[in-house]
Design a protein around this ligand. Sequence first.
Ligand code: GLP
Length: 261
Amino acid sequence: MEIVIVESPAKGAELVADAICRLVGTKPEAVLGLATGSTPEPVYQELAERRRRGEVDFSSIRGFPLDEYLGLDPGHPASYHAVIRDQVVLPLGLSDHQVAGLDGMADDSEAACADYESQIRQAGGVDLQLLGIGSDGHIGFNEPGSSLGSRTRIKTLTAQTRRDNARFFGGDEEAVPRHCLTQGVGTISEARHLVLMAWGAGKAEALAACAEGPVTAMVPATALQLHRHATVVVDRPAAKRLRLREYYESVYESKPAWQGI
Ligand code: GLP
């Protein structure tokens, strides 16, 4: 696992956008795994800006969001369908068919999850998966206790996650659905490159557990420690609980810039 400590979320977003643009430059039909939440927003903004400047063409990429609330109308502004449309599909000039999505309104949720897995497989798997981290160490919506081998399925959100996400529902915790559909930790781990980002002191504890704690289903983000190409991009406040912080900084300082992440 490579840990890159950056000056600011904007700097981190540039670095991650560089990796995505390099990938899309060599593989125009690249498959991106799309995270939601506040964390990836600066990356999507940076990508949109680069597209506007004509530096990158996303017309052949495919995208697979990580998760969705169960039973939430896709027209609801907090649905991940709406978030991905507003932050990714429209700003990057994508057509709807380029981005799949978990159907939180499906009559048969289990079948929808199995179908999503086969869509990802048919697309050739995810090349680069963007990830945030929940304050309880979740990735996607894989809450503590999620099997590290889990596949796309229905999960129940923790009270902590519903509190954290209430801000997207006008501050009303009760309005946050109790259930969701999420790619499993095993599904996520099959992506060829995992890029987890964390900004702000509120993520410091979860991030330290993810990067330096024991691998455990109690912190699903620790699955990154088992991945052959996992990059963690964090700002200083989120990095403050890392024991080897200075080491990570010195490693990255002496890395040739052309290597990227
Ligand atoms: C949400 C999402 C995750 C996200 C995480 C952190 O509930 N399901 O994909 O990474 O929790 O959210 P944020 O980036 O807003 O802090």
